[in-house]
Design a protein around this ligand. Structure first.
Ligand code: CO
Length: 464
């Protein structure tokens, strides 16, 4: 950002969400990070990414925490810093499409409970799948950040990324985020892309990457040189590997280059000192595996995310066919091509990986076709970025017509129905939304909560 000749860059801290998710499967509980929230609030960050993604599921499933209560408590402890969440457009926090009434209610409640910025993306970059979430975020007076999933393929180029940014600007988003979930965006690619987007739209540009392949910090530096306004980083002891590049390192390097930076180094030192024992404990318990902290350049070689490579190894090992690894790796890009080059982000990365494995192990391509791949061809995920394989489409569709409209338009409203379904177990509309997002986990959580309340009551009676 250039303000009267002074260059400025701002920082989004990811330790509470993406770093937590990428390194320790989102197992950091609220109590664990609660004591440092006041310092995080004082540090001068552009925003704290603290909710959405897997935090919601992890709270209910593993941490016995109400995700909404977590958000309210963070809000209370951090009154001065913008709180940010990650939202998968029409899929909210999961992989299936929800009807619009649910998406709107979820966005509204997120803002009411404390969220300022909602980073909204769709796995296929199908903007029809983010428009309702963007619209509702604006209606609630919050900041929708329109997000581009970055990928490499013969059909993805600067022009269509710029077009996505322009379309999102028209939609009303207040910033554009480039999301490189696999850590494969090179410094030069970041530089060119940020330059092109900055030239085409008037909005601030945010860059998100991962350190997986070792490119992360270089990529962020070049992105800033190209005019990126905000970068995502993680406090150093929760940075690197599959997490983000380190906050302090980027502050140090960019500060020397003359960028104006609001984040205060003394705060960062306190924050890092606080998280060091948290990391040490996670390493000791095995929750943090040193493997995820290492640099893995294979993703650059194969152009597939590191997480996908390890999934393939696991699948093939389980089938006793690890000798087929190279063959499967060659099949992955072919399956991706047949699907019209979807970005290899969850769930597409798993879908492509499983299908490629099945094609190789069966000795025949598409002898078995997964239900998910079938749904993809039926248009349940949105529009494929490029042309899909026509023969394969015919084989799957068998004369039926795929959905070409926005998939959510085919769905009936669900919020009130879900509210009736869960009944008295839900104490609020927030509870109903937890139930809609993760039915089994939410119900189990509500039961445990009721049990606890009953015991507290008994105890109170006895005391009296
Ligand atoms: Co990420």
């Amino acid at each position: 950002m250039n303000r009267g000749g002074i260059l400025k860059v701002q920082f989004t801290e990811t330790v509470l969400r993406d770093a937590n998710q990428s390194l320790i499967a989102t197992r950091m509980s609220f109590d664990e990070f609660e004591p440092i929230l006041a310092e995080l609030d004082k540090a001068g960050y552009y925003s704290l990414e603290c909710w959405g993604g897997a935090t919601f599921d992890s709270c209910l499933r593993y941490l016995n925490e109400d995700p909404w209560e977590r958000l309210r408590k963070i809000r209370k402890a951090c009154p001065n810093t913008k709180l940010q969440m990650l939202l998968r457009g029409q899929n909210l926090l999961g992989y299936k499409h929800y009807p619009d009434d649910v998406v709107r209610a979820f966005v509204r409640k997120s803002v009411e409970n404390g969220i300022d910025i909602i980073r909204i993306f769709d796995a296929l970059n199908d903007l029809r799948n983010i428009e309702v979430a963007v619209d509702e975020t604006l209606k609630c007076g919050a900041h929708p950040s329109g997000t581009i999933c970055y990928t490499l393929s013969p059909i993805h180029n600067l022009e269509n990324y710029v077009q996505l940014a322009k379309d999102m600007e028209k939609m009303g988003v207040m910033s554009i985020c480039i999301k490189d979930m696999a850590g494969i965006m090179s410094p030069q690619e970041a530089y060119d892309l940020v330059k092109a987007i900055k030239a085409a739209v008037k909005l601030p540009v945010v860059v998100h990457t991962h350190s997986t392949t070792g490119l992360g910090a270089l990529t962020l530096q070049k992105a800033v040189e190209a005019g990126a306004d905000v970068i995502d980083t993680a406090i150093s002891c929760f940075s690197g590997g599959t997490s983000q590049p380190p906050t302090e390192t980027l502050v140090y390097a960019l500060g020397q280059q003359g960028y104006e930076i609001d984040v205060k180094m003394d705060s960062l030192k306190k924050i890092n000192d606080f998280f060091k024992p948290v990391r040490a404990k996670a390493l000791e318990s095995g929750l943090l595996n040193p493997v995820v902290l290492a640099t893995d350049t294979d993703a650059l070689l194969y152009q597939v995310p590191g997480g996908m490579l390890s999934n393939l190894v696991a699948q093939l090992t389980a089938a006793g066919k690890l000798d087929k690894f190279e063959e499967v790796l060659l099949e992955v890009p072919r399956v991706r091509k047949d699907l019209g080059y979807p970005p290899l982000v969850t769930p597409l990365s798993q879908m492509v990986g499983v299908q490629a494995t099945s094609n190789v192990l069966n000795g025949e391509r598409y002898k078995n076709i997964s239900k998910e791949i079938k749904n993809y061809f039926f248009g349940f995920y949105g529009k494929a970025p490029g042309e899909v394989n026509k023969e394969l489409a015919e084989k799957i569709l068998g004369g039926e017509t795929p959905v070409t409209c926005r998939f959510a338009d085919t769905l009936e409203p669900y919020f009130e129905k879900a509210k009736a379904e869960i009944g008295a177990k839900a104490k609020s509309d927030e509870d109903v939304l937890s139930y809609i997002a993760f039915p089994t986990q939410a119900e189990a959580f509500f039961d445990k909560r009721d049990e606890k309340a009953k015991n507290t009551y008994k105890y109170t009676i006895r005391e009296a």
